[in-house]
Ligand binder design. Structure first.
Ligand code: PMP
Length: 307
């Protein structure tokens, strides 16, 4: 349940939470053509609030718009500013930000040629996405019966609204079957990602994640973890992963803005490694949390101060 806050940013205005309404003919509601982002702001050990990798997230929002050939009415800098203004208007010390660029009401039909391009940002308080304690004890995942979009069916590099029906189908299948999260294979059978997370495995000391040419979103947490692993001297590879490599992994974890760095303790009822938080996952998680909410000041370029 999302707790109601004071304000929502809609097309340049901070409007009251209950006034943030759209018409039923909003095009994106029917056809899913639109872009969105998920961004976290954290309160760090110094007491200040910082948005984690704000610029990179909104760059991906605008890249998604480019992929969809839609032109937002606001600039990337204006959306960055909207995120900061919204956190301040809601007096939030931490929280989740959800920018959206969507097609408003106007003509119907899939073409969407004359629909107004609308932009909004919503913020809410969001705790551990994969459940309380998930980042410590790990979660149970299931390989989905649904494949990730083929690269020519959708555009995996787009964080596009409509593509998330694939994620919802996989997530719902996994949750209904009693697992926490789904892992999707691509149409060739290689491991791609979770319903809303990138995936990493560790095997014999090497950290492996699918390459960007795979059917995956270019995750900002993925990029963060790859950079931190290289800094820590952990051998890193971006290569395709098969289902059996995943089962044989010593460690596995998901990364994502919502999921942060969450260990996977079981896949398809098979324990991964010892079935507990592995040493490399633990090390990377400690660096990640140190930077986003601790006192690790090694990457100031990733933090935008709110107050
Ligand atoms: N893959 C998918 C399908 C996602 O929705 C997300 C969440 N944005 C991710 C991966 C992780 O991306 P990020 O680390 O940028 O949040």
């Amino acid at each position: 349940m999302v707790d109601k806050l004071k304000k929502i940013w809609m097309d340049g205005e901070l409007v009251g939470w209950d006034d943030a309404k759209v018409h039923i003919l909003t095009h994106s509601l029917h056809y899913g053509l639109g872009a969105f982002e998920g961004i976290r702001a954290y309160q760090r050990a110094d007491g200040g609030t910082y948005v984690f990798r704000l610029r990179e997230h909104n760059e991906r929002l605008f890249d998604t718009c480019r992929l969809l050939a839609i032109k937002p009415k606001f600039t990337q800098e204006e959306v960055n500013q909207a995120c900061l203004d919204l956190l301040r208007a809601n007096e939030m010390k931490e929280g989740y930000l959800r920018p959206l660029v969507y097609m408003g009401d106007g003509p119907m039909g899939v073409y969407a040629h004359d629909n107004p391009v609308r932009t909004s940002v919503v913020a809410w308080h969001w705790g551990a996405y994969l459940g309380v304690g998930a980042t410590e004890t790990g979660i149970r995942a299931k390989i989905s019966a649904f494949a990730r979009h083929h690269i020519n069916v959708g555009m995996p590099k787009a964080k596009m609204m409509g593509q998330y029906t694939n994620s919802s189908l996989a997530k719902r299948e996994a949750r209904i079957a009693g697992y926490n999260e789904a892992i999707l294979l691509d149409t060739h059978g290689y491991v791609s990602e979770g319903s809303g997370e990138n995936i990493f495995i560790v095997r014999r000391g090497r950290l492996i994640t699918p390459p960007l040419s795979a059917s995956i979103l270019e995750g900002i947490t993925r990029d963060t973890i790859l950079k931190l692993a290289r800094e820590l001297g952990i051998p890193v590879a971006e290569e395709m992963i098969t289902r059996d490599q995943l089962y044989l992994a010593d460690e596995a974890f998901f990364t994502g803005t919502a999921a942060e760095v969450t260990p996977i303790r079981e896949v398809d009822d098979r324990p991964i490694g010892t079935g507990t938080l592995g040493p490399i996952t633990k090390q990377l998680q400690a660096r990640f949390f140190g930077i986003v909410k601790g006192a690790d000041d090694s990457h100031p370029e990733w933090l935008t101060a709110v107050y």
